[in-house]
Design a protein around this ligand. Structure first.
Ligand code: DI6
Ligand code: FE
Length: 409
């Protein structure tokens, strides 16, 4: 991880409007005439400029924001950013009428990305993935989650996670890695899901936990992927190794994946188009965040929308992420993702912005470090050339970022 700013001078962004997203504050936690002060990479003050302790001013480097808005740095909490090649050919097949499931059953889908990833070196993966990471960074992203899941054996899953870690060393951004061994069945498994899951549990998970390459464990619970019983085996093993879990749940059908994730105290359950009331209630009770992924919904032309009304009614927290992946969401804009969440699902502006800051941090177990403008957290900021925060959600294909600050720099 790149060094945090160690300079003795405080940095002060003044004459700004803040969307602090502070927990418990109303709406976006707006502060007019606000200031943010950073010291050694951490926020030491965020609030009204008039109430800033004078001692923080002494010798500080001051930046006049000229009335611009500051939000927490954006967080993309669900990506498969490290992958090799692309699947534009399958996109053409689907345009000609094939469904995502038909493409997968015909030997395309995830397995074709597995072949490409296995053929690529770690260096090639880093080089291929950097432009995607840079696209996110250019829009103010300061934290990104990256999953494996295209290697499907120990060597190639480890290679993916190591490439993800290296991306975080090559750019000023926080990378959180997730082991997604239970993503698809590799060709050499010859259809034996039980044997492959045994390999994930007995061989891959312990080795990956031992090397510290993964911060969390994910699975794909779906008819075309793994059953709730198979995912339970993976999660039981992950928890025994002290790794938090999250789940691709109820994306194409209702296997009750959301409830399963909640029963394991998962950080998040993601997709959730087919989640029912019991699932939403279980998530609320467990504090499992709902990660809404409108890019995949849009790209595969799904028609069943995630049950936002249920999530609101039960008080389930909602995050929003790109799901960047070559098969169902070749999307590298978190701003456009927010627009999709609003336009396709009816998320409010406040929900979209909270969903890419505070709630995304919660979905990664990182709320203590980032996701809001509050003293003690990393000084991760996005400074925007907008009149009102709604512009971040409203525009399509326009980037109003003025400046991005990662850990005070
Ligand atoms: N759900 C998805 O939408 C992606 N993975 C998953 O579990 C699809 C990944 C791919 O098609 O490459
Ligand atoms: Fe995904």
């Amino acid at each position: 991880m790149p060094q945090e700013e160690k300079g003795a001078r405080n940095r002060l962004w003044r004459n700004a409007r803040l969307a602090t997203l502070a927990e418990g504050a109303e709406g976006l936690g707006v502060v007019e005439n606000g200031a943010v002060v950073a010291s050694q990479g951490r926020i030491v003050y965020a609030g009204p400029e008039a109430e800033m302790p004078a001692a923080l001013l002494a010798g500080s480097e001051q930046i006049d924001c000229e009335g611009r808005w500051i939000t927490p740095g954006l967080i993309d909490c669900h990506t498969h950013l490290v992958h090799a090649g692309n699947r534009a050919n399958e996109f053409e097949m689907r345009l000609a009428g094939a469904t995502y499931e038909e493409v997968a059953r015909a030997g395309g889908g995830i397995v074709s990305s597995v072949k490409a990833l296995r053929a690529a070196s770690e260096e090639q993966l880093v080089a291929e993935s950097l432009p995607r990471l840079d696209a996110l960074i250019a829009e103010g992203v300061t934290t990104v989650e990256i999953k494996s899941g295209y290697g499907l054996d120990l060597e190639n899953e480890s290679k993916s996670l190591a490439a993800a870690r290296r991306l975080g060393e090559q750019r000023p951004v926080t990378v959180r890695t997730t082991f997604l061994g239970a993503h698809a069945l590799p060709p050499e498994a010859n259809g034996d899901k039980g044997a492959y899951i045994a390999k994930v549990v007995d061989e891959m998970l312990p080795a990956i936990a031992a090397t510290g390459l993964a911060d969390a464990v994910d699975g794909f619970c779906e008819g075309i992927a793994f059953s709730t019983d198979e995912i339970s085996r993976v999660f039981t093993a992950a928890k025994a190794l002290g790794l938090p879990v999250k789940l691709h749940a109820d994306q194409l059908s209702n296997l009750h994946g959301a409830a399963l994730a909640a029963s394991f105290g998962a950080l998040s359950a993601d997709h959730l188009e087919y989640t029912d009331e019991d699932g939403a209630a279980a998530m609320a009770k467990a504090g499992t965040v709902a990660v809404i992924l409108p890019g995949a919904f849009y790209f595969i032309r799904e028609t069943k929308k995630p049950p936002l009304a249920l999530f609101r009614r039960y008080g389930v927290r909602m995050a929003v992420a790109t799901d960047n992946n070559p098969g169902t969401s070749p999307l590298t804009s978190l701003l456009l993702t927010m627009n999709m969440a609003a336009t396709l699902f009816g998320m409010t502006v406040d929900e979209c912005i909270a969903g890419t800051t505070r709630e995304a941090a919660r979905a990664l177990g990182l709320l203590g470090e980032t996701g809001t403008l509050e003293a003690g957290k990393w000084a991760d900021l996005a400074i925007w050339d907008v009149e009102r925060p709604a512009e971040l959600v409203y525009r399509m294909g326009y980037n109003p970022l003025h400046q991005r600050v990662w850990r005070g720099r």
